[in-house]
Design a protein around this ligand. Structure first.
Ligand code: AMP
Length: 281
């Protein structure tokens, strides 16, 4: 497994593999790898000759400096896990390799996609995501790139980016991997205290209960239920609960407005922000 920090070396590696006629699968991550990340690597391994993983904690996508500072990092452990997965190349650049000091940063426009839910509560977040993913796509120019449905709105933003920038990359969404108690795996889960970790599955349990209510209750009634359920849970505070169409991410006010509604939730548990989502059809 090659571990590269420089853009030039990475491009050379990719070019050599492409000259050999190999297909390239790419998994972008911020490290502190868990089974969710590793499942993306499995998909990439199955569908490509060469798998490249990037490990880069992207400062541009953090709207909260404390969250960036506390973001878990474990490159040594990550490399060990990727070695075992048979990853061909890891790109783990320092920040100034991706963002040279004098560079003017681009602004992206994604219509309503970056103005709701995560976009609304984390201003600038998706611009930062687009900035780094666009750069990584240019450096690695993969045939296929793999993203988790855990960050469903991010997946929609990336698909839009690829369309807008006319990139020849197939973006593949992969299902959410959960702990046995239903908690969606996340690097941020490492920051939960023992008590918080016990409470955390309430997020998923509430989504399931809300889904069960769909047949008899209106969207607004379900929203009120979720708000009460989350805010009555020790240490938890709801940031948003939204129902939106899976394809367009247009918010839904009545069930009949969408054939494939999806529920999206974000809540604080102590000072750790957790997100989750679930198909409601
Ligand atoms: P991150 O390191 O948090 O930026 O995540 C890197 C990629 O892994 C993103 O495409 C995430 O959506 C995906 N991912 C993170 N957690 C999970 C999970 N529990 N299940 C599936 N994919 C995930």
């Amino acid at each position: 497994m090659q571990v590269l920090e420089k853009i030039k070396d990475t491009k050379d590696f990719i070019q050599a593999k492409k000259q050999e006629g190999k297909s390239i699968g790419f998994v972008p991550t911020m490290g502190a790898l868990h089974e969710g990340h590793l499942s993306l690597m499995d998909y990439a391994n199955n569908e490509n000759d060469i798998v490249v993983v990037s490990v880069f904690v992207n400062p541009a996508q953090f709207n909260n400096p404390d969250d960036l500072k506390k973001y878990p990092r474990d490159l040594k452990g990550d490399l060990h896990k990727m070695e075992k997965k048979g990853i061909d190349m890891v790109f783990s650049p320092p920040v100034n390799e991706i963002y040279p000091d004098n560079e003017i940063k681009k602004t992206y426009h994604f219509g309503h996609l970056d103005k709701i839910m995560e976009g609304l509560y984390r201003p600038g977040h998706f611009n930062g995501v687009a900035l780094v993913v666009h750069k990584l796509f240019e450096i690695i120019s993969p045939h296929r790139a793999y993203f988790g449905e855990k960050d469903y709105q991010q997946l929609a933003v990336i698909k839009k980016l690829v369309e807008q920038e006319n990139l020849q990359i197939e973006v593949i969404g992969c299902p959410i991997v959960r702990e046995s108690d239903g908690l969606a795996m996340s690097s941020r889960n490492k920051r939960l205290s023992e008590e918080e970790r016990e409470v955390a599955p309430v997020l998923y349990q509430t989504l399931k209960k809300a889904y069960e209510m769909k047949r008899e209750k209106t969207v607004n009634e379900v929203k009120r239920f979720v708000e009460q359920e989350i805010n009555n849970t020790n240490g938890m505070e709801l940031e948003y609960f939204e129902i939106a169409d899976s394809k367009t991410l247009t918010p839904v006010e009545e069930w009949k407005q969408s054939e494939s509604p999806r529920a999206f939730i974000a809540a604080y548990l102590g000072n750790v922000r957790l997100i989750d989502n679930m198909a409601f059809y």
